[in-house]
Write a protein that binds this ligand. Structure first.
Ligand SMILES: NC(=O)c1ccc[n+]([C@@H]2O[C@H](COP(=O)([O-])OP(=O)(O)OC[C@H]3O[C@@H](n4cnc5c(N)ncnc54)[C@H](O)[C@@H]3O)[C@@H](O)[C@H]2O)c1
Length: 288
């Protein structure tokens, strides 16, 4: 992986808040120049300004990464501004509530387009350029521990994160087989203290909440409360991001920052090979 960020050009999607913002600031602190994308242009501009105040270059690009033509615009602005690219961080992600019988159909599309399609689109635009350049480049796809194991809650989130991990694994293998000078890693955190509980705030207009009664139901409100609780009780953001940069000093594909899931992942492999069923946390630590 890239160890020296000095004067590297780094593109981060969903970089106005949370994990994306912290990763962008971490790259800038290490000497990189940034492209700060977010669906909220004014918030992206604030982060870009913060980076310019640190003495680095930064340009903000308002774009909805669930749309291919908007991803192409991020690529075009990167080329117009810097002429090349070194690192792509696909971070933008959203979540929606509802089991398979109750989820509002548009939310399956929204979450899939942001969490999975955006990775297809962004890598589709940036990898040919990286290959053409030939210098050492890097892609970090922010997925989730939800891309490696599942719980019964929020199946749309788990299924999209699994798809994003699979896309990353397959692309990683292809990059190696074709001798591309491009490293690829997936970051799969557990809960981190961000404002991801405000995920509905990031809906593009075409997926704004409609009059479906599920959105105003007691159950939706309870999902929201639980989501806020698990995020608020997650790991603190800054130390997690420092661990990501430490992990990027190695050539590991998987970046995992929440040790408490290690045994679940390890034992899941055994459950699968033994043809049992998906593992649950209770298999590891039975409820009293
Ligand atoms: N916070 C956690 O506990 C956690 C855990 C595992 C994985 N993740 C993943 O980390 C990533 C970042 O999450 P976070 O916690 O920082 O969330 P966040 O909600 O704080 O930040 C997400 C950012 O993405 C932007 N965004 C959303 N949709 C977009 C779109 N269509 N186009 C461009 N930008 C868009 C938002 O405006 C926001 O700035 C996500 O992919 C998320 O799934 C988060």
């Amino acid at each position: 992986m890239i160890k020296d960020y000095k004067d590297k050009i780094v593109v981060v999607t969903g970089a106005a808040n949370g994990i994306g913002k912290q990763l962008a600031l971490g790259c800038a602190k290490r000497g990189a120049h940034l492209v700060i994308n977010d669906i909220h242009g004014d918030e992206a501009e604030k982060v870009a300004q913060e980076i310019r105040d640190m003495g680095q270059k930064a340009v903000a690009v308002q774009a909805d990464v669930s749309l291919n033509e908007e991803c192409k615009r991020i690529f075009d602005v990167t080329m117009e501004t810097y002429g090349h690219v070194d690192v792509l961080i696909n971070n933008a992600g959203v979540s929606a509530f509802g089991d398979v019988t109750e989820i509002v159909e548009q939310d399956i599309h929204w979450v899939t387009e942001v969490n999975v399609y955006s990775h297809w689109y962004m890598m589709g635009h940036f990898i040919p350029q990286m290959k053409k350049q030939g210098n050492h480049c890097q892609i970090v796809n922010v997925c989730s521990i939800a891309g490696l194991i599942t719980l019964s809650s929020a199946p749309v989130y788990f299924s999209t994160k699994h798809a994003a991990v699979a896309l990353s694994e397959s692309t990683y293998k292809w990059l190696k087989e074709t001798n591309a000078n491009i490293d690829l890693a997936v970051f799969c955190p557990g809960f981190v203290q961000t404002e991801m509980y405000l995920t509905d705030r990031h809906r593009p207009a075409r997926y704004s909440k409609n009059d479906n009664p599920f959105y105003t139901s007691k159950k939706y409100e309870e999902y929201n409360k639980m989501n806020r609780y698990v995020l608020d009780t997650g790991r603190e953001l800054e130390p997690v991001i420092e661990e990501v940069f430490q992990a990027l000093n190695t050539d590991n594909f998987f970046i995992l920052t929440h040790d408490k899931y290690d045994s679940l992942i390890r034992n899941q492999g055994i459950f699968q090979a033994d043809k049992v069923r998906p593992i649950t946390p209770e298999d590891i630590a039975p409820k009293e």
